[in-house]
Design a protein around this ligand. Structure first.
Ligand SMILES: Nc1ncnc2c1ncn2[C@@H]1O[C@H](COP(=O)(O)OP(=O)(O)O)[C@@H](O)[C@H]1O
Ligand SMILES: [Mg+2]
Length: 307
């Protein structure tokens, strides 16, 4: 039986200064799902994470973890959760190994897990180094390693792949991907679609505190109407009656001088070409462009920045 781990029921969060960070969020997440919450800066990702961990109380609505209110979790339930926040919770003047050992003690984890965890997150050779001497990428791996030392059933990570150079980022993404391939439930945030796409099986897109899409990458493509676009270059300007007729018949996005831009999943390019030729317009070039989810996401970001 698939059981429900997280439940947001009509959750809104307004901060004391009046900022409405989340508006009427309804989401439930099942055991074993690897969910990525993606959105621009200020979209409400960290607020969602804090509500999940019970660090914030919703203004209205209910957040539940395994059926318990997240704001008043029992301590034995808390031990089933691993988390990584923006402040990584590392001790700079302790070594890598000491940091992990410390958290193992906090969570009553088996000390034998320390070696296994350090090896699993590629930190075994650095175990005697002080945290303050580590690179950003190593610190991030350590922060994740210590967050999962007690083998939690549910792991929440706020932007685990941010602020890393491309190589470290790749390593962290690959390690998280391997880690996610088990029956643990994972919830992570990112403003980068690429990371989410690599790690998660389900993506929730949030914008200004509202969920705008939720599902597998394939479902997101459908929800956000990701399709194709065809650019037809013709021999002369399309004007007057012809222009009207084409626009009426086909899903035209734009006609500019000698270029016709057709959008939509169901556009029949051959039919448009036949129609043009019948109307004495020669077709010089037909280019098909598949719109990706990345294109749509960038479009959304651009709109938000222009506001
Ligand atoms: N403690 C706070 N007090 C007032 N406003 C806040 C506070 N924390 C976050 N916000 C605002 O709430 C919105 C969502 O923030 P946040 O959840 O941190 O977004 P994200 O993590 O997606 O960048 C933003 O407009 C942010 O400025
Ligand atoms: Mg944030």
């Amino acid at each position: 039986m698939v059981s429900n781990v997280i439940e947001f029921q009509d959750v809104s969060k307004t901060y004391p200064n009046g900022t409405e960070a989340l508006k009427e969020i309804d989401v439930s997440i099942n055991e074993g799902e690897v969910v990525g919450l993606i959105g621009q800066n200020g979209a409400g990702k960290t607020t969602t994470v804090k509500l999940l961990l019970g660090l914030l109380k919703p203004t209205s609505g209910i957040v539940k973890l395994w059926g318990e209110h997240s704001y008043t979790l029992l301590s034995k339930t808390k031990k089933r959760i691993g988390f990584l926040l923006e402040d990584k919770g590392l001790y700079e003047n302790l070594t890598v190994e000491e940091n992990v050992l410390f958290w193992a003690k906090v969570y009553d984890a088996d000390e034998q897990e320390v070696e296994k965890t350090l090896k699993g997150w590629n930190l075994w050779n650095e175990r005697k180094m002080f945290v303050k001497d580590l690179s950003r990428g190593m610190k991030q791996r350590l922060a994740i390693a210590k967050a999962v030392i007690h083998n939690p059933h549910f792991i929440v990570m706020d932007e685990p792949t941010s602020n890393l150079d491309p190589v470290s980022r790749r390593t962290v993404v690959d390690l998280l991907k391997g880690f996610a391939g088990s029956d643990r439930t994972i919830f992570l945030t990112s403003h980068d679609l690429y990371d989410i796409e690599r790690i998660c099986t389900r993506v929730i897109m949030i914008r200004c505190g509202v969920i705008i899409a939720d599902g597998s990458m394939e479902e997101l493509r459908r929800q956000l109407k990701v399709g194709k676009e065809v650019k037809i270059t013709v021999s002369r300007d399309i004007e007057g009656v012809l222009r009207n007729n084409i626009s009426k018949r086909y899903p035209i996005k734009e006609i500019k001088d000698r270029e016709i831009l057709v959008s939509g999943e169901h556009c029949d390019t051959k039919d448009i070409v036949r129609f043009l030729i019948k109307n004495d317009v020669d077709v010089e070039r037909v280019e098909e462009k598949k719109i990706t989810l990345e294109d749509i996401y960038i479009e959304i970001i651009k709109e938000d920045e222009d506001r």
